[in-house]
Design a protein around this ligand. Structure first.
Ligand code: HEC
Length: 155
């Protein structure tokens, strides 16, 4: 029975994993808006974490922000950088560099390390102390900077 269930679910699982890499068909303007929005929400949660870690540690706020960041980082933002969106306006003109569409392998790698470090942070926050959380938070924000240095121009 277990075997049968696994077998029956396989096509569903394959479909689900494909859906994770392919952006839904949408106008370039939408795709750019979505990725700009996702990164803005990441920025918001980085700011919340920074504030929560300053002075008296606000763990509850840190947990909420780290969970949100983990969700965004693992949401597949990289799938929104498709051909046809190299230039154009979302909420405003895209600041993605042309390299983001050329070196897609490196872009995917950096997206993955963002996702991994954010997941590690979300795991750590409820259990660890302020200094361990601070150290992991530093690893997360370095992934932002590394990617921006390579793939993002001026806003
Ligand atoms: C894998 C690469 C990558 C990672 C990781 C990444 N970014 Fe970005 N980010 C970009 C690119 C490319 C853009 C430009 C998007 C566009 O305008 O189309 C961008 C845009 C932004 C923007 C501007 C959004 C707008 O309205 O135009 C902010 C803010 C931002 N990122 C914050 C962050 C923060 C904070 C992190 C980490 C917590 C992060 N990013 C991680 C590549 C990345």
């Amino acid at each position: 029975m277990k075997k049968f269930v696994q077998f029956a679910l396989l096509p569903l699982m394959v479909t689900a994993s494909l859906a994770a890499v392919a952006a839904p068909a949408a106008k370039p303007e939408k795709l750019i808006q979505w990725r700009q929005s996702a990164y803005r929400v990441a920025e918001w949660n980085v700011a919340r974490l920074k504030a929560a870690l300053e002075g008296q540690y606000d763990k509850e706020e840190a947990v909420a922000a780290a969970n949100a960041l983990e969700g965004i980082a693992g949401s597949g933002i990289e799938s929104l950088f498709v051909p046809g969106t190299e230039q154009g306006k979302g909420w405003h003109e895209t600041s993605a560099k042309p390299e983001a569409f050329k070196d897609t392998k490196r872009f995917a790698e950096l997206s993955l390390s963002f996702s991994k470090e954010a997941a590690e942070l979300a795991k750590l926050v409820p259990a660890a102390d302020q200094s361990a959380v601070k150290a992991q938070f530093g690893k997360v924000t370095r992934t932002c900077k590394t990617c921006h240095d390579a793939f993002k121009g001026k806003d």
